[in-house]
Design a protein around this ligand. Structure first.
Ligand SMILES: Nc1ncnc2c1ncn2[C@@H]1O[C@H](COP(=O)(O)OP(=O)(O)O)[C@@H](O)[C@H]1O
Ligand SMILES: [Mg+2]
Length: 499
């Protein structure tokens, strides 16, 4: 479009004109100038709209606004030429060099204006201080945390990863799994899905039969104890541990004899028959049966209560180690505000999944806990997660935990309590922390827990959708996650809002 200009020549014409003519010329000029301004404004606005918001620079070309930026434009120095090696010493405030090209494409490094890629297994051993492949992802609702997790998952499959989602309380991973040819097990009242958390996975190659037997037994005991603790909301007494132990051995012996898999119902049955427990335990007869009363009632909830059937029957699916993705949809549970049902289901589901993941030759895997903040207050689940975190390197598993705010970690218990220690331990064992936008009142907590600098804290408060502060083993990046149109369609959780 030709540029519109106001031409002032008529104002400077010789004085031969009449006053009326001169006035008309002035008015004409004023009108033309007004028109030209309007046109300029419109083109400016149009070019502003035209830039994809994701691709817009964070700061104006003049730099970060404000007096502290030191870019008032008043300082004029003669140009000076030097090599980049010298320049980086003289002016060390340059953008990060990135993590290298190896890995999964995430999007754009906003400050370096470069592509940003990330792969925890590629970074391990290559980056100082990168001691584990686990990731913490925190941010307020709707900023694109799940979208990032789903993108990581989708793109990781191309790198031969397998993805497991033991915690999907919103059921939003199901369509992703379907699109990628994975499996989903939906659990809830009235649904056909069943998981037997006492399933024993196949013995991995190279593990001795006796060792494997002990491993399976240990896992089952741990599971039973955490289920009981979640319902009783207290730690178990030593006698109760013994009772679980004895009951499990009895049931396993029975099941082995008949060639079946033990069920939770069988365990509850033995726990509620004191005579059998005492007989099996021998010596201090008459006391174990009594001590197991609370346990029997606790397990009853899984068998006759609101979770009836779901975890007390042979599994309806077999774990398929070759499927690219497996998600457990828990959206039909825990909608009522009481999270205990959800936590019990998650305990059973993750126990089932974890035992299947115990094969160290299973390749690189990603375990994603979406909406993990909902389960942060339950020590039993934190313990499971911690055990998984510790195993991550040995098994080739990267864990990704999604929470809203960093203070979710602090609500796991009072200062000094076990829950708090576990939650803080999880954070310590995440070499990668991705911080999406935080509420203003959360910035101080985030800064102190993660050791953010003032500039980083300020950046976190101003992040937009899909943009996050990535702290990878002490290095910082502001990264814009870029979605492929097909991904955008698949991951859209705002669809109902638009409708
Ligand atoms: N990087 C992005 N670019 C464009 N849209 C995005 C991006 N990340 C997320 N979205 C969209 O924003 C919406 C909310 O994202 P979601 O991942 O569900 O948020 P969260 O899990 O943080 O609550 C989704 O509809 C998603 O498609
Ligand atoms: Mg989400």
């Amino acid at each position: 479009m030709p540029r519109q200009r106001a031409i002032a020549t008529p104002l400077f014409t010789p004085r031969k004109r009449t006053r009326a003519e001169q006035r008309a010329a002035r008015e004409q000029f004023a009108a033309a100038r007004h028109q030209a301004r309007l046109a300029a404004q419109q083109t400016a606005r149009r070019s502003h709209d035209g830039i994809d918001p994701e691709l817009r620079a964070t700061y104006a070309p003049a730099g970060r606004p404000g007096p502290a930026s030191g870019r008032g434009g008043k300082l004029k120095l003669p140009a000076h030429r030097m090599t980049t090696a010298t320049a980086s010493g003289a002016y060390p405030f340059l953008a990060e060099g990135g993590l290298g090209a190896e890995g999964i494409y995430i999007g754009r490094d906003v400050h370096a204006e470069a592509a940003f890629t990330y792969d925890p297994f590629a970074l391990y051993g290559r980056l100082d201080g990168f001691t584990n492949p686990n990731i913490l992802l925190a941010g307020i609702i709707g900023m694109g945390k799940s979208a990032l997790a789903k993108s990581l998952a989708t793109r990781a499959i191309a790198f031969d990863y397998r993805i497991y989602v033991p915690c999907d309380p919103k059921g939003e991973w199901t369509i992703v799994s379907q699109a990628l040819g994975g499996d989903t097990i939906a659990l809830g009242p009235g649904l056909p899905g069943r998981l037997n958390p006492l399933d024993a996975p196949d013995r991995p190659l190279g593990v001795r039969e006796e060792d494997w037997f002990n491993e399976v037994r240990k896992r089952r005991l741990l599971l039973l104890a955490s289920l009981a603790r979640t319902v009783l909301k207290r730690d178990l007494h030593p006698m109760e541990h013994t009772a679980l132990d004895v009951a499990l051995d009895l049931v396993v012996a029975q099941a082995d004899a008949t060639g079946t898999t033990p069920l939770l119902g069988d365990i509850a049955h033995i726990l509620s028959s004191p005579a059998r427990l005492d007989a099996a335990f021998g010596e201090q007869s008459g006391r174990l049966g009594q001590a197991a009363e609370d346990l029997a009632h606790a397990l009853r909830r899984l068998i006759h209560g609101d979770l009836a059937g779901m975890f007390d029957a042979p599994s309806t699916v077999r774990f398929d180690p070759t499927a690219p993705m497996l998600t457990i949809d828990l959206s039909r549970l825990g909608g009522t505000g009481d999270d205990t049902g959800l936590v019990l289901a998650m305990t059973c589901a993750s126990a089932w999944m974890e035992s299947a993941l115990a094969d160290p030759t299973g390749g690189r895997r990603w375990v994603i806990y979406d909406e993990a903040w909902r389960v942060m207050r339950h020590v039993a689940l934190l313990e499971r997660m911690q055990a998984q975190w510790k195993l991550s390197r040995g098994l080739g598993i990267a864990n990704l935990m999604v929470i809203h705010r960093l203070s979710d970690l602090l609500t796991a218990g009072d200062a000094g309590s076990r829950g708090r220690a576990l939650a803080e331990g999880l954070l310590t064992d995440c070499s990668t922390r991705i911080i999406y936008r935080q509420e203003a009142d959360q910035l101080a907590t985030a800064a102190s827990l993660l050791g953010l600098t003032g500039v980083e804290t300020q950046a976190v408060s101003a992040l937009t959708k899909g943009r996050g502060l990535w702290k990878v083993a002490g290095r910082s990046f502001i990264t814009q996650h870029i979605l492929h149109p097909r991904e955008r369609e698949l991951f859209d959780t705002d669809a109902r809002m638009h409708a």
